[in-house]
Write a new protein. Sequence first.
Length: 401
Amino acid sequence: MEIAFADWLNLVFRWLHLITGIAWIGASFYFIFLDLSLRKRANLPPGVHGEAWNVHGGGFYLMQKYTVAPEQLPEELHWFKWEAYFTFLSGFALMSVIYYWGADSFLIDKEVADISQIQGIALSIGFLAGGWIVYDVFCRIPVFKNNSIFLAVAVFLLILAVAVGATTVFSGRAAFVHVGAVVGTIMVGNVFFIIIPNQKKVVADLIAGREPDPRLGIEGKQRSTHNNYLTLPVLLMMTSSHFPMIFGHEQSWVVVALILIVGGIIRDFFNRMNAGETGNILRWQWPVATAFMFLLIAFVSYQPIVAVDQDAKMPGASDALAIAQTRCATCHARKPTDKDFDKAPGGVRLETVDELRKYSAKILKQAVLTKSMPLANRTKITAEERKTLGLWIRSGMPDDE
């Protein structure tokens, strides 16, 4: 019996990552909603900031939030932390299987940066740790800490810097996923280093009979709000490997910027609505988010017109086939020679002119426009060869003259 260990680990960790991620995001969204939906009412118990009535599953729930903490701890207190921790651990395990174990295939593109597998893995871990450290420093600088707009701009620019840096050392696919992974690390860092420790300090003060410091709750809420606004962008970034038109763009940092803006605006709409705001304050988000989404689509789809040398020989079928057989057919063949594939990925074979014509749209998108194929450019296709393939396809895929 032969077991494809890498594939099974990929499946198990991906499934676990989805399960824990859904649990974390669901809890995060609910508690942000709950916090924003709290209302001050008459006869609230001492120390209660507000309350909210919820209905779900045929039952009614009364939720109350204390400004700092109740005078006496209840016998049973539920903590929400393991969802975040296991989302990070399963995500890191998944990254290890795909991008560390398969570094030569997915992490490293020698045409982007000629680095070794060890160097690539070290840089990857450095991005994850460095992103959290810089973000945390920003949050502690007084000018940022006391001004949410300044801090939001600083974090926005930090993420763009990560995007620029990642695209200079990793393959396009790996670079984009790493941007999402850095943002995800920032989010779990907020839980592990700030939110949960602050809550534990409050609990310890209550047990010791001390008055808890309100600053601890304020800081935890600030980091929780950051996580809330980052969630929608990070979800798209972490699934970007399925969409080469996103991660394959030469200015992917602009793509990241637009995704951050669209996701942030949409999240702002729901937060304001949950807070009970009405009127014009709720009317601008969706039109603006839609406009930025169209801008993203146009930016990714735009291809500059390349002047064609009239004296140059128009490529024929044999020219395109020679490129495909050398650069593509190591994987896309009836019997692939690439060690990582037993059969052609997606059933796409590129060994004959008829097959090139059949899959011409995919070839144009992935090998010419987004440059996401060949995988990590292991076959070292050149810019001139990509241009030749694109010219042959766009000119109607003619036979040899």
